[in-house]
Write a protein that binds this ligand. Structure first.
Ligand SMILES: Cc1cc2nc3c(=O)[nH]c(=O)nc-3n(C[C@H](O)[C@H](O)[C@H](O)COP(=O)(O)O)c2cc1C
Length: 340
């Protein structure tokens, strides 16, 4: 049995909420799913019940926390542990201005001692639950060859043994968060060398992995796991449908019609709880990426009001239309052929 971090879906704000994760779980039973980053402040002083809510089907599920105050992080992690998350993760990679002013996220890479204090506070309450850190290879003018191992040493010294490295620097001034996910060049080789150096740690790689073929190649270079973000969100079928088979040696590949059907039931249940349809259905907008009727599908599931006017049955009809087209089946089949 492989550990869930072998393939994970990255934390993505405004994307990987509980509805998105429910949908992703229908495509892969084993991939590790992450929440969006929640600040420790929000979890401790806000509505923790709402923020930490998830469906039991979402396991294995990691909670990502943002913060730089060890005491607050410890309290937030405690709530996460009580809520039943399978892993607590500290965000040391986010470059957004909001996060920078709170002195957490990627800024923590310049403060390894503070990062160490933070993970220690989380570990103190985590018990048997794994604690991980998601970081960059460095920020601004840091030399990644020095900054990354220094940072890892600092958190390892406090007891963390699982690091996810987004394999590019974060530039804290001058680039938007979006540019910070594309402009600084990727350095996969450094992450591979980092694993060679820290054999005792679980090292997972993230950043710019476009498909399962590349994900497998990275795993074959000795890394412990791959984390995929945007590809999983925007092209969920070719990215997630073969994950169980290719990364967990487990029978996978759900029938797409069944997935749509289960999402329709889920939509109705959530609607009954007062959640507008599109808040759930928008996460399925990439489901038929590349298929001839994908545009109409995208509009139907992502435009507010489109479903309330026409009802959930229209989702089944639109899905049938997309599924009747060969190119989609071909796209999924060829992705798995290359990977095996
Ligand atoms: C819309 C969006 C929101 C993101 N939010 C978070 C977040 O909350 N926490 C985090 O650690 N990374 C966040 N990221 C970064 C991703 O987790 C990931 O590191 C990055 O997208 C690179 O991986 P990818 O190329 O596979 O997408 C976000 C990325 C995107 C696109």
């Amino acid at each position: 049995m492989y550990p869930p971090y072998r393939f994970s879906v990255a934390p993505m704000m405004d994307c990987t909420d509980r509805h998105c994760r429910y949908f992703h779980r229908l495509l892969s039973r084993h991939a590790l799913l992450y929440t969006e980053m929640l600040t420790a402040q929000a979890v401790v002083f806000g509505n923790a019940d709402r923020l930490l809510k998830y469906a039991p089907e979402e396991h294995p599920l990691a909670l990502q926390l943002g913060g730089s105050d060890p005491e607050l992080l410890g309290r937030a992690a405690q709530l996460g542990v009580e809520a039943g998350f399978d892993e607590i993760n500290l965000n040391a990679g986010c470059p957004s201005p909001r996060v920078r002013h709170g002195s957490f996220g990627a800024v923590l890479m310049t403060m390894p001692k503070v990062a160490g204090d933070c993970v220690e506070a989380i570990l103190d309450v985590a018990g048997n639950i794994p604690v991980s850190v998601k970081c960059r290879i460095g920020v601004d003018d840091q030399n990644p060859e020095v900054a990354l191992p220094e940072f890892i040493e600092a958190v390892r010294a406090r007891g963390v043994n699982h690091i996810i490295v987004h394999a590019r620097k974060a530039l804290l001034s001058g680039l938007s968060p979006k540019q910070n996910r594309t402009v600084p060049p990727l350095d996969y080789d450094l992450v591979v060398r980092t694993k060679e150096r820290f054999q005792d740690l679980v090292i997972c790689i993230n950043g710019g992995i476009p498909d399962l073929v590349q994900a497998r190649k990275l795993l074959d270079r000795g890394l412990d796991g791959v984390m995929v973000g945007r590809a999983a969100y925007s092209r969920p079928l070719p990215t997630l449908l073969d994950v169980d088979e290719l990364f967990f040696d487990s029978p996978g590949k759900r029938n797409i019609g069944e997935v749509v059907d289960e999402m329709c039931h889920y939509l109705l249940r959530q609607h009954g709880n007062g959640i507008p349809y599109h808040q759930v259905s928008r996460h399925m907008s990439g489901l038929f990426f590349g298929a001839p009727h994908a545009r109409a599908w995208r509009r139907l599931v992502s435009e507010p009001g489109a479903l309330s006017d026409r009802g959930v049955e229209t989702i089944r009809e639109a899905a049938r239309k997309c599924l009747d087209t060969r190119p989609l089946e071909h796209a999924v089949a060829s992705a798995s052929a290359v990977c095996t």
